[in-house]
Design a protein around this ligand. Structure first.
Ligand SMILES: *[C@@H]1O[C@H](CO)[C@@H](O)[C@H](O)[C@H]1NC(C)=O
Ligand SMILES: *[C@@H]1O[C@H](CO)[C@@H](O)[C@H](O)[C@H]1NC(C)=O
Ligand SMILES: *[C@@H]1O[C@H](CO)[C@@H](O)[C@H](O)[C@H]1NC(C)=O
Ligand SMILES: [Ca+2]
Ligand SMILES: [Ca+2]
Length: 339
């Protein structure tokens, strides 16, 4: 018996940087041997053994700790530790007002032309399951990611639980789907269900939820290139890793609210133009220095907008659990620094 579903751990988001856009050195390439990798941080190229390349996390030290970082443009910004469990760093004026306006305009331009383009559209009728913690079971959050990935549709937890009920999928009602429970629920059934749901709730489709994926070409878009370099400086990860995650999602939220239980959450961050919030969805694996376990404390959502209009940009730094594969990609993205 075959199933259309594949439990496969694919791409995960190591670092997520949420940027609020609006509320209403010279170096040279060194010779390398085959086991070396040259990477660029803060305009300096360093070549080292692949095994010693590590992912890093910002050391937030303790709540309310502040670290000052000087950016390439000479501005000083403060990394403010809002929380240590999970680690959340807040940065005021991460983007300048002009940069915010630039990205909003880019999103508007793209959004008008681009409403038919989807990421990850499943062409072969297959659906990739996002089993992010690799336990061979799907949690409601993982199902939500799965549906986002395949259908560009944003369901909240109650929609998903309703689907389980309507289709009698979660036989033992534990809100977790095992491979057995999924056997009778093929991707085509899922697709049919989503289609029907979208007829009633078109706003759940990203095309209607005013969200646009930007794939700026950093060789041509100087603002995006500056942003990538800024991110690299702040998180202290090589620019080649940042380039691997070369896209940005911009959302304009005034109608769609994702979570109904906003008043019950333990930590809230209010939006302000130019402010960025950084958190890590994964720990660093102590053995290979690459992507480790998920930080279960980083579950998050957006609160409804009460007044005005909220524009946010998500900047994701993505890695996989295959370090050598990621390093290969990073090697390909390494380019000599322009003067
Ligand atoms: C990278 O991590 C490995 C394993 O945890 C460790 O042995 C090594 O010292 C780290 N390298 C750097 C540059 O931090
Ligand atoms: C996160 O949650 C999963 C599933 O509930 C659990 O198996 C895992 O150990 C947790 N990870 C950490 C680091 O606590
Ligand atoms: C990682 O990726 C490489 C290249 O694609 C592959 O040869 C290797 O088997 C993968 N390793 C693991 C542990 O999946
Ligand atoms: Ca799982
Ligand atoms: Ca179940």
């Amino acid at each position: 018996m075959s199933t259309w579903f594949h439990f496969r751990f694919r791409l995960s988001i190591l670092v997520k940087i949420l940027i609020f856009l609006q509320l209403s050195k010279k170096s040279s390439i060194l010779a390398t041997d085959t086991n070396d990798i040259c990477l660029t941080s803060n305009g300096v190229v360093t070549c080292q053994k692949e095994s010693s390349v590590n992912l890093t996390r910002i050391d937030g030290k303790k709540e309310n700790h502040i670290d000052q970082v000087t950016l390439a443009d000479g501005r000083h910004i403060n990394l403010h530790t809002v929380s240590v469990k999970p680690l959340i760093i807040e940065i005021q004026d991460f983007l300048t007002k002009e940069e915010c306006e630039y990205f909003i305009q880019l999103a508007k331009d793209e959004g008008l032309e681009n409403s038919q383009t989807y990421h990850n559209k499943n062409r072969k009728g297959q659906v990739e399951l996002y089993d992010t913690n690799r336990d061979k079971k799907l949690s409601v959050e993982e199902m939500s990611l799965t549906i986002q990935g395949a259908f560009d549709t944003y369901l909240d937890n109650s929609d998903i639980l309703q689907m389980y009920k309507d289709e009698n999928i979660d036989k033992n009602n534990d809100e977790i789907l095992t491979p057995d429970e999924l056997k009778n629920f093929s991707p085509s059934k899922l697709e049919k269900y989503i289609k029907k749901l979208l007829e009633k709730h078109p706003e759940k489709h990203s095309r209607y939820s005013q969200q646009v994926w930007l794939y700026p070409d950093s060789s041509k878009d100087p603002v995006f290139k500056t942003l990538q370099e800024r991110v690299s400086t702040i998180v202290n990860l090589p620019i080649e890793l940042i380039r691997m995650s070369d896209f940005q999602e911009v959302q304009n939220k005034n109608l769609v609210n994702l979570y109904k239980n906003c008043k019950d959450v333990s930590l809230k961050i209010s939006p302000k133009q130019g402010k960025a919030i950084i958190w890590y969805n994964h720990f660093v694996d102590t053995e290979d220095g690459w992507m480790g376990d998920m930080d279960n404390y980083t579950l998050h959502g957006g609160c409804p907008v009460i007044r005005g209009r909220k524009w946010i940009a998500n900047f994701w730094i993505k890695t996989t659990d295959n370090k050598s594969e990621d390093l290969e990609k990073m090697k390909r993205l390494h380019k000599p620094i322009e003067m």
